[in-house]
Design a protein around this ligand. Structure first.
Ligand code: HEM
Length: 259
């Protein structure tokens, strides 16, 4: 018997989730472009495309930060399970926004008849030995490939086909992608643009995701050790005859819960 898979299983909750997601993305990009055009109107077409590169790039980075925060948030508070529920669509949309960012970048070179410069930048091997001057676009490209692999395998078919441990390992690469993106921004735009908003985006993103993971892990360890202690105490209470001859860890655990 074969298992049937549907490309996407839509339901009311997923449609609402996706609607809110799309509205949020449209709002962010719209507001970004509006403010950027008001503050410093682009002088020519490449400058206008550059603003789109930045709007879509920062949007994808923020979306990836939210994706990485949903897991620990759902472990800390069950109300966030609603966000976890459709995280796959979030991931696919993030890939599409990042792809648009990269496509605008190609357009930026194309409208200036400078596509060979892009090729040169990516293939000048001596630059890969530098820190400042590293071809930061290659870091973005590597992250984009990883995000694509995750988006392409986000369906249940791939979970079954690859087996859960392999699928899980592949999807853990999202942390590698995030690290590559931090370097993509730090070695790229941050070297030429002195706006404090860019380092702020990186610091808040990395610190926020790390702190959430640490708190969720710490809470789970504390809850697991509390439940181990109460199970030991319950066993001791049920079998009073064996209690006096307990030694080692169980004796210590039992005595600690008796305080
Ligand atoms: C997952 C994929 C990617 C993400 C999330 C991403 C994210 C970002 C972010 C956040 C910025 C800084 C925008 C700002 O705050 O102003 C940026 C800049 C930039 N990215 Fe990416 N990027 C990705 C992939 C790529 C790829 C594949 C390329 C090209 C091969 C690329 C080329 C650029 C360029 C040229 C800039 C600088 C734009 C400027 O000088 O104004 N990115 N990217």
């Amino acid at each position: 018997m074969s298992v049937g898979y549907r490309a996407v299983q839509w339901n009311r909750a997923k449609l609402r989730y996706d609607g809110i997601l799309l509205a949020g993305v449209a709002l962010y990009i719209g507001i970004f472009l509006l403010i950027a055009h008001r503050l410093d109107p682009p002088k020519d077409l490449p400058a206008a495309i550059d603003l789109r590169i930045r709007a879509f790039g920062s949007c994808a980075f923020i979306m990836l930060t939210v994706i990485l925060s949903i897991g620990p948030l759902a472990r800390l508070d069950r109300r966030f399970l609603a966000l976890l529920y459709n995280r796959r669509h979030f991931g696919v949309l993030t890939f599409l926004i990042a792809l648009t960012h990269a496509a605008f970048m190609v357009e930026w070179f194309a409208v200036q008849d400078a596509l060979p410069n892009l090729y040169d930048e990516l293939t000048r091997t001596s630059d890969y030995a530098k820190f400042i001057g590293f071809p930061f676009k290659a870091l973005g490209l590597a992250a984009l490939v990883l995000v694509f692999l995750m988006a392409a395998t986000s369906h249940d078919f791939w979970l079954t086909f690859l087996t859960p441990p392999v699928w899980k390992s592949l999807h853990m690469a999202v942390y590698l992608a995030y690290g590559l993106l931090v370097m993509h921004v730090a070695l790229g735009i941050m070297q030429s643009d002195r706006s404090p908003l860019i380092p702020a985006m990186l610091v808040i993103g990395v610190a926020g995701v790390s702190v959430l993971h640490l708190i969720a892990g710490w809470r789970e360890r504390a809850a697991a050790s509390a439940s181990r202690c109460s199970a030991t105490a319950a066993r001791s209470a049920r079998s009073p005859i064996s209690a006096p001859i307990r030694t080692g860890r169980s004796a210590r655990a039992a005595s600690s819960t008796a305080v």
